[in-house]
Design a protein around this ligand. Structure first.
Ligand code: AKG
Length: 273
């Protein structure tokens, strides 16, 4: 390909493969899209299992006397892969982790993984208000601290409430003025089977679903290990033996705070060997 023409440029960013390109987009704009390259039949299977898991989750909650609607939890299936383990495959998708390692470095952990249902019939969707995934935070950082890989289980279209983003808003501390939001916001339409990859500090929101069918997605928030998980995932997983050491690291194993100075000193001793 011919080089983009330029003048007065002393420094350029180099990109050696597609993951470098997508990572650069996320750094610059706050979002990008990554195709998980799943077949139509795999996606159909995930969709069916998602619906089953959502039904079981709702039934279990009501048995335990939780009214999900009353507590603003109607649209969310918390820790989806603990209900239907096939969804660990998406959490550990190889392409996604190629990209995450470019953005977050060699050590990052899973903060949350939730099924999201943007219901049809213009029903009110909890995520349809602009927010950061690190809410209440108003600072900028030179590198991403957290990435949301929002997996589209259905095509995201204008009609069914595709995600809106305010490009570049992770570079500013405050939420932009309403007029600037109206001028800059972009709706990200993607085919099912795509991850919308967001810097968690970029302002984004779902949109109202104008169709009659639910629009389903799974959010995966990965952070640097210094940030607290939404769930202490090691406590929720009954049997970790199926996970590799690297996967356990991503799930947050081995991060418990030291409970005593003795514990700290003992850990240094092991490291020194
Ligand atoms: O459902 C969407 O389009 C947006 C989801 C979202 O805002 C989130 O995962 O934080």
């Amino acid at each position: 390909m011919t080089e983009i023409s330029r003048y007065g440029v002393l420094e350029t960013t180099s990109a050696s493969d597609v993951y470098d390109v997508l990572a650069e987009e996320v750094r610059l704009l706050g979002y990008s899209a990554l195709d998980a390259a799943l077949s139509e039949s795999e996606l159909d299977r995930y969709s069916n299992l998602f619906d089953e898991a959502a039904t079981r989750y709702g039934a279990d909650a009501s048995t335990k006397d939780y009214n999900l609607e009353d507590i603003n939890e109607r649209d969310t299936v918390r820790l989806l892969p603990t209900i239907s383990p096939i969804f660990w495959n998406i959490v550990f998708d190889e392409r996604l982790h190629q990209l995450l390692s470019r953005l977050l470095g060699g050590y990052y952990i899973l903060n949350q993984v939730n099924g999201l249902i943007n219901r049809g019939h213009q029903s009110k969707y909890h995520q349809a208000q602009y927010h950061r995934d690190l809410p209440y935070q108003h600072f900028t950082s030179s590198r991403p601290l957290a990435i949301n890989a929002l997996f589209a289980l259905d095509d995201f279209t204008i009609e069914n409430g595709a995600t809106r983003v305010i490009p570049g808003s992770h570079h500013r501390e405050a939420f932009p003025s309403d007029e600037v939001v109206r001028r800059l916001e972009k709706q990200v339409t993607v085919r099912r089977g795509t991850f919308i990859v967001l810097d968690c500090m970029v302002y984004h929101a779902g949109s109202t679903n104008l169709t009659v069918r639910d629009r389903r997605a799974i959010n995966h928030v990965f952070t640097i290990p210094m940030l607290r998980q939404q769930f202490h995932i090691p406590s929720v997983i009954a049997d970790p033996s199926a996970f590799s050491d690297q996967q356990k690291k991503i799930l947050g194993y081995g991060l418990e705070e030291y409970r005593s100075v003795d514990d700290w000193l003992r850990s240094r001793k092991t490291k020194a060997v």
